[in-house]
Ligand binder design. Structure first.
Ligand code: ADE
Ligand code: ZN
Length: 348
């Protein structure tokens, strides 16, 4: 009886519950738009100090506006919100606020997308944007020990020529940028539209990634692979409509940066219980969990993990796979990946 009691105590001690595991395990975020971390409170503060008008009277009113029926609905509000960002300090404050969330949630590495054109189109210089973000990256490394890298994303609703101009503007800051991405309105803007600028970006040393198969068809994922030569797919949900494509992604270990709460809020899935994340893992796809635009979609990394784990009844082993994938398919060096993977392996 006594032994039995001791055994059950040890068992409880060794098997941390899934929610605690999610909150405490060191993890990486691979799909995050810095403009999508703009919380209404900070938006109001910056709008006021910059004397920029926004079409809302209160934080509550802003939050009420966050009801989206599709990607475009969201993008309209997201670009309007970003329009109050004018100075280096604004980009610094925005980025530092995101890093604070990372520190609180044990996100130890993050790969941050930024959309230069959202700002340069309004007359804010590339330099202003990247200097603010870069200073925050340095301070977050020092203050919280968080590592990060930058993905410069081209807006796909604009022309390829416009993306070329952005590539040109980025060159003096090439040493600060790891990768190029492709985001914004997917339908009607296939990867093929950006083949030349991706080729030129790779020549400059940038790693190519792209949003594909979020609202667009599996065909766009094929194009991203074959024409843009991408190393990783952002979202990628619609690969599941094409068995041959799934086999290719599995065979070539092309990871998907999946964003559960984003998929729910943008009506990619009607209910989190219908989310294909577990199916992706069962098929052997290299899925990761990410927050995309946490200020707009109701949660940062841990909320994404907690809600999807509950909806799909994910096991601790499945969570561990997702967390290991986040480092394995990051853009870190092999040595850095190994360092983090050992931490996850030893984490109890
Ligand atoms: N820009 C910010 N979030 C995005 C998303 N989920 N899809 C495409 N572009 C985006
Ligand atoms: Zn995204």
């Amino acid at each position: 009886m006594k032994f039995l009691h001791l055994f059950s105590f040890l068992k409880i001690k060794n098997s941390m519950n899934v929610a605690d595991y999610i909150k405490k395990v060191p993890k990486a975020e691979l799909h995050l738009h810095i403009e999508g971390t703009f919380e209404p409170e900070l938006m109001f503060e910056i709008a006021q100090r910059n004397k920029v008008e926004i079409p809302y009277q209160s934080v509550e009113e802003v939050k009420k506006a966050y009801q989206f029926s599709c990607l475009q609905d969201f993008l309209d509000i997201y670009y309007a919100g970003a329009s109050v960002l004018l100075y280096e300090k604004d980009f610094y404050d925005l980025t530092m606020a995101y890093f604070k969330h990372c520190a609180e949630e044990n996100v130890v590495h993050t790969e941050i997308m930024f959309d230069p054109q959202t700002h340069t189109k309004r007359g804010v210089s590339f330099e202003t944007v990247i200097n603010g973000i870069q200073k925050a990256r340095e301070d977050a490394k020092e203050k919280y020990g968080i590592s990060s890298l930058l993905i410069m994303s081209y807006l796909r609703h604009l022309s390829e020529e416009d993306a070329f101009e952005t590539l040109e503007q980025s060159l003096p800051y090439k040493h600060l940028i790891k990768a190029v991405g492709l985001d914004s309105s997917e339908k009607g803007n296939p990867p093929s539209k950006f083949q030349k600028v991706f080729e030129a970006s790779v020549k400059e040393g940038y790693v190519p990634v792209a949003h594909a198969g979020e609202e667009g068809p599996a065909e766009y994922i094929w194009e991203a692979l074959d024409l843009l030569k991408i190393a990783r797919i952002d979202h990628g949900n619609n690969c599941l409509t094409d068995e041959v494509l799934v086999k290719r992604l599995v065979d070539e270990k092309i990871a998907l940066t999946v964003c559960p709460l984003s998929n729910l809020e943008l009506q990619v899935v009607k209910n989190l219980k219908d989310h294909p994340l577990k199916k992706m893992l069962n098929l052997g796809l290299k899925a990761t969990v990410n927050s995309d635009d946490p200020a707009y979609f109701g949660g940062y990394m841990n909320a994404n993990f907690l809600q999807i784990a509950e909806a799909l009844d994910l096991t601790q082993e499945e969570i561990k796979t997702l967390v290991k994938n986040s480092f394995e398919y990051s853009l870190l060096s092999d040595d850095e990946k190994q360092k983090y993977l050992i931490q996850v392996e030893n984490f109890e």
